[in-house]
Design a binder for this molecule. Structure first.
Ligand code: PNS
Length: 166
């Protein structure tokens, strides 16, 4: 069984993630979407909601499972799950510069390889941060996120009255 891990905050998951994870599942027997918790980070959506959105997104796809990653090392998570690879999407050369030291560190820590997949061009501009900002300000992000995320974003939309100066 060749198993890979696609790790991330997924706050929230978007179509750029989705596309890379679907392609990863064509390369491996099983893909674990590992939803991280970093106590130094401020998330918009709590872990349970990030898991729920990712699970709803992949519910119809076999070979892709969604699990919490915990707050430990990714290399330990991969080792515990018997995963031989981490799969990450790359949107730009700056993504590569950011990812390369982590890929090397993870390989040295537990032997896990990192496989980089070039992001699909129509999603290269996407980030969870940008999606939240556009959505909060009333922009339509329905082309960029799965339906389960759209529902959550719409439910949590801020009030149109954003106070003085807006
Ligand atoms: O979506 P993100 O926030 O860019 O995901 C980052 C993530 C979860 C992949 C990264 O923070 C991570 O690997 N965290 C686990 C902690 C760890 O192993 N740190 C050492 C990396 S070499």
């Amino acid at each position: 069984m060749r198993r890979a891990v696609c790790p991330g905050s997924f706050d929230p998951i978007h179509n750029g993630h989705l596309e890379v994870i679907a392609r990863a599942s064509g390369l491996f027997d099983e893909v674990i979407v590992a939803v991280s918790t970093n106590y130094a980070k401020k998330y918009r959506f709590p872990l349970e909601q990030r898991l729920e959105m990712a699970r709803a997104t992949f519910s119809a796809l076999s070979g892709i499972i969604v699990e919490p990653m915990g707050d430990g090392l990714l290399s330990d998570f991969c080792h515990d799950k018997g995963a031989s690879a981490i799969v990450k999407g790359l949107r730009s050369s700056s993504d590569f510069d950011y990812e390369l030291p982590m890929a090397t560190m993870n390989r040295q820590l537990s032997g896990v390889e990192t496989v980089f997949l070039p992001g699909e061009s129509r999603y290269l501009h996407l980030s969870s941060t940008l999606i939240k900002e556009v959505s909060d300000l009333g922009g339509d992000v329905s082309d960029f996120v799965p339906r389960a995320v759209m529902r959550k974003l719409s439910a949590g939309a801020p009030s149109p009255d954003r106070g003085p100066g807006h």
